[in-house]
Design a protein around this ligand. Sequence first.
Ligand SMILES: [Ca+2]
Length: 503
Amino acid sequence: MNFKRILAVVLAAIMCLGVLASCNQGGGEETRPPEEQIGDANAGNFKSADYEGNEFTFLVIKHSDIIKDYYGGAFIDSEAMNGGKVNDAVFTRNHAVQQKYNVDIVEKSEVNGDPAQILQSYIMSGDFVFDVVYGWGYKLGACITENYLGDFNNLPDADFTQEYWSPSTIEDLTVDDRLFLSMNEISMNVLDWASFLFYNKTMAENRNIEAEFGSPYEMVEEGTWTYDKFLKMVQGASADLDGDNAITRNDFFGLLDGNGVGSGALQNCGVYYTTKNDDGSYELSFYSEKTLGIIDMVHKVYSNDKYVKDFEDIWNEPGSSADGFDDQWQYARSYFATDHALFCGGSANITSEQAFRDMESEYGVLPYPKYDVNQENYNATLDPLASVFALPSTERADIGSWERTGIILEYMAYKSHEILLPAYYNEVLQGQRMDDDRDHKMLDIIRNNIHYEFADLVSITSISDTITNMFKKPTMAASTYTRSQKKMINDLDDFYSKVIALD
Ligand SMILES: [Ca+2]
């Protein structure tokens, strides 16, 4: 991904302080979690073990201790019940794991450091006594070639086909038959940073949009929610409310999106930057007539600010002001929350923003559309900044083992699916006055179809930079590709040759 975008996202994160903090504050007295959630009828399906009260430690690498650890989330450990839905679910889940295995779940944080340096210093000191590492995705991705990370395939009792191991990501994350990074439902980053669309249900009803274009919920379920339908809705929704012959932020427009060129359409349409050859090496695979067609289709609509406004379009309009907001990104997104856009691109994390909390209209969630009805699944791409799980490069010898790690992670992810996931759904959809089953179904669809753009996760930026430029100037797309092709291929080959040279 390009660094300008990373910077923008980081700044957004820095500026969004305190948004989710309510989960962690309150400092209530430690109370026991609900007994019925600790015990488990299915517990017998999981191996038994007694780990003698020893610690099972997550090394959590945070970006900074000055700001909130935005891309990690408070999903690993909790000190006490405090009434927060997510916090209490984390507490209850860990309590259940501790009770079943007589083990103490511990979160040890490292902040303000480069993960590669932090991991190296622990390894050099021979003091690498952690069981699992949790940290920003693309930074851990960049550590793969440094030989600091272990292979999840070493864990004999982890079953990656289970829903709580996010099986849709396993192939994306496998390099040279090894799984150095993984995502599972111990962290709600499976939704917090998976791209999808918010939909203003109240405005859709008030403006009779579904009468003309159909219900996107029905289309999703029928498998007919395609870019063609989506872009028609985006264009058809726009309306000049004040009659000044311009569609400004104070009117109603189809889509508000942070990615103003719409390049996420590639993954949504099933086109990923690379594919793996049978021998495990990577090949650039995104350039085709289909891709050029997607770029043209998206550009026609996204480049017209009557239909699509990105955040800068909002800031740059005369008279705009982010006063009263935590930052300008939240200010821009508030235009969705105050009924000026039918759709808003984003991820579940933004539902914690004040504008969404205060939103009077009801919002729903939808996956991004497909390319056409023949595409099998809707796709949701995980932000490469979102924290992921990794293992230390060698088996923990003091009180741990690969077997112990696998047994504990397996049960912890399973209990998370059972306890934390429903709490998180309620948190995300809490703005709803009417409990709408359809949105729960949509979140399930999104969660079960998440993918990584592998090149972004391992910090090969030349590819996403090229693609962004192709989306910006469709007439130059072919020559932009040709000019960058050699560099992109070299970067990919360089990454892969370093991986196969690892021990
Ligand atoms: Ca107007």
